[in-house]
Design a protein around this ligand. Structure first.
Ligand SMILES: [Zn+2]
Length: 119
């Protein structure tokens, strides 16, 4: 899931061997807070050059969350006939896909730099 990688990486900053500690600080990042209709506050971290989506699925309850704490999006109606794959495709925005790609490239670059992978 998007966001999970950031949390893991963030908690390891300073804890790993030399080189790994620098990995999380390589790209400048911005923290964006989303609010869902259950009142959860979720801080999602994006690369500063990434477009920040107007809505994000709450990591705690899965409901859509918005940037506006006064107007969280309403819970969507459950549509049981939809397949899981169709549901995932529908929810994945271009911005999210770009963020995932950015994360993957960043990880690949840092691995090459630190020599974890031998080509
Ligand atoms: Zn929530």
């Amino acid at each position: 899931m998007a966001g999970g990688g950031n949390a893991i990486r963030g908690s390891r900053v300073g804890a790993g061997p030399m080189g790994e500690a620098e990995r999380g600080e390589a790209a400048p990042r911005q923290a964006v807070t989303y609010f869902c209709s259950h009142g959860h506050r979720s801080v999602v971290t994006f690369a500063v050059e990434a477009a920040v989506p107007e809505s994000w699925d709450c990591p705690r309850c899965g409901l859509p969350a918005s940037l506006d704490s006064e107007n969280p999006p309403p819970a969507p109606k459950i549509e049981p006939y939809k397949t899981h794959l169709a549901y995932v495709k529908e929810r994945r925005s271009d911005a999210e896909a770009a963020t995932i790609l950015d994360e993957a490239l960043e990880l690949l670059r840092s691995r090459r730099k630190s020599g974890d992978i031998i080509f």
